[in-house]
Design a protein around this ligand. Structure first.
Ligand SMILES: [Zn+2]
Length: 468
């Protein structure tokens, strides 16, 4: 069989891998490339293969960089099924609809600023295109829940292991019969940490795994332990209460927001932090949070110890308000501190958080709390690096609010997690490192080579093809 590396190859976005075996074309993930506008549009609007020739797709999880070009696949004539866990199917619907809406708003904005003769911008897909994707979803439970493999044809079957990265995330394990031989391949998608607030640890693969395609976003470093978040949160909240200030937390609607609510709720229950009003100002975060209680069977032992055994929801608590309407979002501006506003986007590149930053960033009583990865060239990165003034909606604002960083939150395995996971794989013959920038993957490859000197370890380039 051939593996075509068509995205998230020597970068961390646009995850797409095509497996070709005996005339069958199987796509693992179909993610959106996120980067500079021109390049992203070019890479996202056409796929690097004929959609009509793809027989089936398996989706590892619902992050946009793994599912975001499924509407292009379907629009271009894909007729097969898209297999994923039930939670992934539910979340992907919201993520894709949100993506279509952002594109619409983006294009409307750009079209208002066109020069005479410029071509109009059009979204690469619409909400109607997203609806058509949903008809292709075929849900597959984690293997631990059914003990059943899913057959794609007489030669290909797969099962899903829990990846522990976000709700519904899966490690895809494939068994492929080719010319009388059975070949095995696992694709980690994005892999979670050994310990996360709510989700289980990534499940080990029971079978021999000849080929591993693994993410290694953080192959070169280790995260701070999650337990450190307690004292960091306490410091920030104590300061806000003393100053009657506002804490603005830019956070991704999927994953990070739920993790933060969970931890705050637990700390409040244990009286480790003082109470203050908390607002979740993101309709997408509210939609996604509503999906979580349906999947409590997928949560870890901590959840059962902290909340599940007494039938409590971690996502509902006194003083926590979900803000849906734009009017109520605007009204937060007139509320006196102390209070906390958790809002998207996580890197301050768009969304309602920009309004809260604009209104609060010049007041030294307030705190900007950065709890996620801030990519280069984003407003979040500029704030993180201490730039002042910063531009928000085209105007300069002095950064007088305190800027605090929580490094404990990450939904990705770190170097130790990855090494530990790989050490549990049986009969490993080769490794492909994906979903990573070159410095991180090179550092990780060097470390792996010390433990596995005879194992071929590749960092495939975009567009490269390997026969295995
Ligand atoms: Zn992810």
């Amino acid at each position: 069989m051939k593996i075509n590396f068509l995205g998230a190859a020597q970068n961390v976005t646009g995850s797409k891998h095509l497996i070709q075996t005996q005339g069958y074309n199987l796509l693992l993930d179909c993610g959106l490339y996120q980067g500079r506008r021109d390049e992203s549009n070019r890479l996202n609007s056409t796929l690097p293969f004929e959609a009509t020739e793809i027989n089936a797709a398996i989706l590892s999880h619902a992050h946009l960089d793994h599912c975001g070009t499924l509407p292009i696949l379907v629009k271009n004539g894909f007729k097969g099924k898209i297999c994923c866990t039930p939670a992934t199917a539910e979340i992907a619907r919201y993520i894709l609809l949100d993506s279509a809406e952002i594109q619409k708003q983006d294009c409307e904005y750009l079209n208002r600023h066109l020069n005479p003769g410029d071509k109009e911008f059009i979204p690469i897909y619409t909400p109607e295109d997203v609806q058509k994707v949903l008809e292709h979803f075929e849900t597959v439970d984690y293997f631990r829940q059914t003990n059943k493999w899913t057959e794609l044809n007489e030669n290909i079957r797969f099962k899903l292991y829990d990846a522990g990265h976000i709700l519904g995330s899966a490690i895809i394990f494939l068994e492929i019969k080719e010319n009388g031989l059975t070949k095995t391949l696992a694709f980690t998608g994005d892999m979670g940490r050994e310990y996360s607030p709510l989700l289980r640890s990534p499940e080990y693969i029971a079978e021999d795994t000849e080929t591993l395609i693994t993410e290694c976003t953080y192959g070169d470093r280790n995260h701070k332990p999650l337990s450190d978040a307690t004292s960091d949160f306490k410091d920030v909240i104590d300061t806000a209460i003393k100053n009657k200030g506002k804490i603005i937390v830019p956070a991704f609607s999927l994953g990070r927001t739920q993790d933060i609510i969970y931890i705050l709720h637990k700390l409040l229950d244990e009286k480790l932090i003082p109470s203050l009003p908390i607002y979740i100002d993101s309709p997408l975060a509210e939609n996604i949070t509503e999906i979580f209680p349906k999947y409590i069977k997928d949560f870890n032992d901590n959840f059962w110890k902290d909340f599940g055994s007494r039938g409590d929801s971690p996502f509902l608590l006194k003083n926590l308000t979900y803000v849906r309407s734009q009017e109520k979002s605007k009204a937060l501006n007139n509320k006196p501190g102390p209070l906390m506003i958790i809002s998207a986007s996580g890197m301050c590149e768009g969304g309602r958080v920009l309004h809260h930053l604009k209104n609060n960033i010049e007041n030294p009583q307030n705190i900007i709390l950065l709890a996620g990865y801030q990519a280069e060239n984003t407003l979040g990165r500029k704030i993180l690096e201490g730039q002042s003034p910063v531009k928000i909606f085209g105007k300069n604002y002095d950064v007088r609010a305190q800027v605090k960083v929580l490094n404990e939150f990450s939904a990705h395995a770190d170097q130790n997690d990855l090494l530990s996971y790989i050490s549990h794989i049986k009969n490993l013959q080769r490794i492909f490192l994906v979903h990573t920038e070159l410095p991180q993957s090179t550092a990780f490859k060097n470390i792996l080579e010390k433990s596995y000197p005879s194992l071929p370890i590749e960092i495939p380039a975009m567009g490269s093809i390997f026969e295995v």
